[in-house]
Design a protein around this ligand. Structure first.
Ligand SMILES: [Zn+2]
Length: 66
């Protein structure tokens, strides 16, 4: 558990809290969130790349066979 300054009133708020007890602003523990978003985008990109290569391979195979 650590304390981060509230984005709204800058009072120290626990990262375990979902909202600032003083002003009620939502507490954003954004470091892991950013990481998961980046990982998600990277994973989606790899998935799309794999899908694109697979599709290209399929088209090439069909073109060779026909
Ligand atoms: Zn606050």
């Amino acid at each position: 558990m650590s304390l981060v300054p509230c984005l709204s009133c800058e009072r120290p708020v626990s990262t375990l809290a979902t909202a600032c007890p003083a002003c009620g602003a939502p507490v954003l523990d954004d470091a892991p969130g950013c990481l998961s978003v980046v990982l998600g985008i990277a994973y989606a990109g790899l998935l799309l790349l794999g899908l694109g290569v697979g599709l290209l391979f399929l088209v090439a195979l069909v073109a060779v066979v026909l």
